[in-house]
Design a protein around this ligand. Structure first.
Ligand code: HSE
Length: 404
């Protein structure tokens, strides 16, 4: 029997206990031994819950128990998760976590400790919920030079954007549904302002490019400026609006960005709707690989955590994930990156055409009956050129980048 402890009995932690309960027999066959949840650490007690007797409130009970070989961290946030996880690793216990904030901020150090101790620090569930993406990047796509990762990496915002597009739903109502479904972060600003997707693309990029990508270096925009009117234009254009986290190597430079984008139906991520996430990885020999599945929610995310526990149990004294280099990857300013831009402008298109053309050159115009505004799609230009052009036009309402 292999004893584990679960730190944090919220949406994911309770899912972990459930998954081990539902699939205990088949998991035992895969591990070669039964997995036993010996402790659940939480500030709360859970009277009447099957784990009631296992609840502890003092982390030292877990850290000082040599019988506990693997610790699951599903508390979220950096404090006190970082301290608990670091101490667990230093005590020789492998750790499986779903905590993207922790991995993005302290992953380098925690991977290094696990390597020194010849144990494992695993974080499959930190990106893409139930989608296998960390292990594929670490084990399956290793013969490639990866030059781009583009993903819909946040289930909550994808759920909101899908409902806005398909049902014309209001932002706040859909956010409440996402929270009720257990998709949203405790502070939903992390979802809707793009911070969660930012941490996830930083983790994937660190793995893919082999050097630490600092999430604080990534230009991040959320979806709070996206409105029902944007979706009217998107529908007219046969396009969709998604929140992308992307990083790419172009002409020897690395760029990373989290922002809403307009994509057309030929884009591989066009059909990724609701809480689902999709991650497109491009490599110089494999070409393109796509990963798809539920990006949030209790059981799908717990599925990935428990898969890590199984891996750790099968490799108790065998470190499987080498750390990425601690040296920061230098990201270039996105102002050098080029694309087309969708821009909404107040007023009448005919009246403003000269002003718009003088600033943006030859643009495509889109009008919708009944609106006192119009939109354009600019020619391909750099972010810096876009900014300079936009400053010359009065009445810009919103801009969304276009990804082909
Ligand atoms: N709030 C996150 C999301 C949870 O919506 O994607 C999964 O990381």
């Amino acid at each position: 029997m292999i004893n584990i402890a679960v730190m944090g009995y919220g949406t994911i932690g309770s899912g972990v206990v459930k998954v081990i309960d539902i699939n205990g027999e088949s998991i035992a066959k895969k591990v070669g031994e039964e997995l036993n949840v010996k402790y659940v650490l939480d500030l709360r007690s859970f009277p009447g819950d099957p784990i009631e007797e296992k609840v502890v409130h003092d982390v030292d009970i877990i850290l000082n128990d040599p019988d506990v070989k693997i610790v699951v961290e599903t508390m979220g946030g950096v404090k006190p998760a970082y301290d608990f996880v670091k101490r667990a690793l230093l005590a020789g216990k492998s750790v499986a976590t779903s905590n993207k904030e922790l991995v993005a901020k302290h992953g380098t150090e925690l991977l290094e400790i696990a390597q020194e101790k010849n144990i494992n620090f695993l974080f499959e569930a930190s990106v893409g919920g139930g989608i296998p993406i960390i292990r594929p990047l670490n084990q399956c796509l290793t013969s490639d030079e990866i030059y781009e990762i583009t993903g819909i990496l946040n289930g909550t915002t994808n759920y909101i954007l899908t409902k806005m597009a398909k049902e014309g739903a209001e932002f706040d109502d859909v956010l409440k549904q996402a929270q009720a479904n257990g998709y949203a972060e405790r502070n939903p600003a992390a979802d809707i302002e793009g911070f969660d997707a930012c941490r996830k693309i930083a983790i994937l990029s660190s793995l893919a490019y082999g050097s630490m990508v600092d999430f604080e270096d990534i230009h991040t925009e959320g979806i709070t400026n996206i409105s029902a009117v944007d979706f009217k234009y998107a529908a007219k254009l046969g396009r969709s609006i998604k929140l992308f986290g992307t990083s790419k190597k172009k002409d020897g430079k690395y760029f990373a960005l989290v922002a809403p984008v307009m994509i057309n139906e030929n884009h591989a991520l066009f059909a990724v709707n609701d809480v689902f996430n999709g991650i497109l990885v491009k490599g110089n020999v494999v070409d393109q690989v796509m990963f798809y599945g539920r990006g949030a929610g209790s059981l799908p995310t717990a599925s990935a955590v428990v898969a890590d526990v199984i891996e750790a149990a099968k490799n108790l004294n065998n470190n499987m994930m080498k750390p990425w280099k601690a040296e920061k990857l230098a990201l270039s300013d996105i102002s050098e990156d080029t694309k087309k831009f969708f821009v909404r402008i107040s007023g009448v298109a005919e009246d403003k055409k000269a002003e718009v053309e003088a600033a943006f050159g030859d643009a495509e115009y889109i009008t919708i009956d009944g609106l006192e505004e119009f939109a354009i799609i600019t020619p391909v230009m750099s972010e810096a050129e876009y900014k300079a052009a936009a400053a010359k036009v009065d009445g810009i309402i919103n801009m969304i980048r276009i990804e082909e």
